[in-house]
Design a binder for this molecule. Structure first.
Ligand code: MG
Length: 366
C-alpha cells in the first residue's frame, strides 16, 4: 500500500442523551474522521476517539490534530506499507498520543483488509458472525435508571453497566438488584475511589456484580492488586491499560481479573491484538470498551470483539443509543441482543461522506 492522500475532518454531532463525565456534561461529540487514499484509489477510514477535553486520557481533539499534522501523517505519506502493524513500529519514535496513532492505524487496517478482500474481523483473526453486546446506563435518580434498564432489556442488551456515584453506590446497586436480581450487572467507577475506600467497596460483594471497573487511579496497580485480594467481585482495568506492558504488570501483580480493551487508548488494533493474545494465554477475559464513537470505530470494535478472547459483551451499543443518525450505512443495529459482524471487505459498511461534510467544522488535506 502506498498512501497518496490523507484527509482529516473534525466533525461534531449532537448526542441523543447527554453524557456525564468527571469533567462535565457533553451534549455534542467531536471526533476526527480520517480518510486515507491509496495509489490504486482504494479508500480506508479511521477515527480518532479523543474527547474535546483531557479528562479520560491526556489526549484531546486538538492535541491529536497537532500530532497527526506535524509528526504522524508525514511518517506514512508516500511510504510503502505492506501490513498495518508496520505503522505502530513507525510511530514508536513519537511517544504517547495513542488515539491519534490508532486513528491512522485503523484506516490502514481498513485499506489492508480491503486489499486482501477480507472482512476486518477475519483480517484480525475473528470468526464469529454476531456478538452479544452491553449498554451503559446513565447516572440519574434510581427510578429513572430502573426505567432505562427495563427499556434496554426489552431492546435485547445482555449486560448492563452503571456509572456510579461514590456517595450513592450502595443505594444504586441494591435498588437495581431488587428489581433485576439476575441481570448481568457491573459498575464503572472511573477512578472515583481511593485505597481508603476498600471497606466501602467490599460491601458491594453481596450483589454478585460481573465486575467493578477501574475503582482507583490509572497508575494505582498496587492498590488495585490489594483490593482484588480482598474482594470476591472481579476488578476490571480500563484507564490503567495503555499498552501490553501495563497488561503484563497487572497480571504479575494480580491487579485485575478482567480487562477492557479500547483500541484508541492502547494505540490501535495491532496493540489490541497483542493484548488479546497475552490475556488469552493467562485466561483473563476481555471486552471492548466504548468511547461514544461514530459508526467507523463502532464497526472496528465489533470486528475486534469477534476474536475468541473477547468473552464478555462489550460497550458496543447500537448507533441509535447515542445518535439520531450515524455516518455509516447500514448503521449498527441490535438483533436479538446481538450485533452482526460485517462480512464485506474492510470495515464492511458504507461511509456517508455527505453526512460527514454536513457535520464537518474543519477539514485538512495532506
Ligand atoms: Mg470505563
Amino acid at each position: 500500500m502506498r498512501i497518496k492522500q490523507v484527509e482529516l475532518s473534525v466533525i461534531e454531532q449532537p448526542l441523543k442523551v447527554p453524557f456525564h463525565t468527571s469533567y462535565g456534561t457533553y451534549v455534542q461529540r467531536e471526533s476526527i474522521i480520517i480518510k486515507m487514499i491509496e495509489d490504486s484509489g482504494a479508500i480506508g477510514y479511521g477515527e480518532v476517539v479523543a474527547f474535546s477535553e483531557p479528562w479520560y486520557t491526556e489526549e484531546t481533539i486538538q492535541t491529536a490534530l497537532h500530532v497527526l499534522d506535524l509528526f504522524l501523517i508525514p511518517l506514512i505519506l508516500e511510504k510503502d506499507i505492506i501490513h498495518p502493524s508496520e505503522a505502530s513500529e513507525l510511530f514508536k519514535c513519537f511517544k504517547g498520543h495513542h488515539m491519534a496513532k490508532a486513528g491512522l492505524e485503523g484506516a490502514l487496517w481498513d485499506l489492508y483488509s480491503k486489499q486482501q478482500n477480507l472482512s476486518l474481523a477475519n483480517a484480525l483473526g475473528g470468526s464469529c458472525d454476531a456478538i452479544p453486546v452491553g449498554v451503559v446506563v446513565s447516572l440519574a435518580n434510581t427510578e429513572k435508571m430502573i426505567q432505562q434498564i427495563k427499556q434496554y432489556e426489552q431492546e435485547g442488551y445482555e449486560r448492563f453497566k452503571v456509572k456510579v456515584d461514590k456517595k450513592r453506590d450502595y443505594e444504586i446497586v441494591s435498588t437495581i438488584r431488587e428489581h433485576f436480581p439476575d441481570i448481568s450487572l457491573m459498575i464503572d467507577a472511573n477512578s472515583a475511589y481511593t485505597i481508603k475506600d476498600i471497606d466501602q467497596l467490599k460491601r458491594l460483594d453481596e450483589f454478585k456484580l460481573l465486575m467493578i471497573e477501574q475503582p482507583f487511579g490509572d497508575r494505582e496497580f498496587i492498590e488495585h492488586a490489594e483490593l482484588q485480594k480482598e474482594m470476591k467481585t472481579s476488578i476490571c482495568l480500563d484507564e490503567s491499560i495503555h499498552c501490553i506492558e501495563d497488561v503484563k504488570l497487572a497480571i504479575a501483580l494480580g491487579a485485575c481479573r478482567i480487562i477492557n480493551v479500547k483500541p484508541g487508548r492502547v494505540g490501535g488494533l495491532t496493540e489490541s491484538l497483542k493484548i488479546h493474545d497475552l490475556a488469552l494465554k493467562h485466561h483473563i477475559p476481555l471486552w471492548v470498551g466504548g468511547m461514544i464513537e461514530t459508526g467507523i470505530s463502532r464497526v472496528q470494535n465489533i470486528a475486534l470483539a469477534s476474536l475468541p478472547g473477547f468473552t464478555i459483551p462489550g460497550d458496543i451499543s447500537a448507533s441509535s443509543r447515542h445518535f439520531e443518525e450515524d455516518i455509516i450505512h447500514p448503521d449498527v443495529q441490535l438483533q436479538n441482543g446481538k450485533v452482526l459482524v460485517p462480512q464485506e471487505a474492510g470495515i464492511g459498511v458504507e461511509v456517508d461522506e455527505e453526512r460527514i461534510d454536513r457535520l464537518t467544522k474543519l477539514k485538512r488535506r495532506y
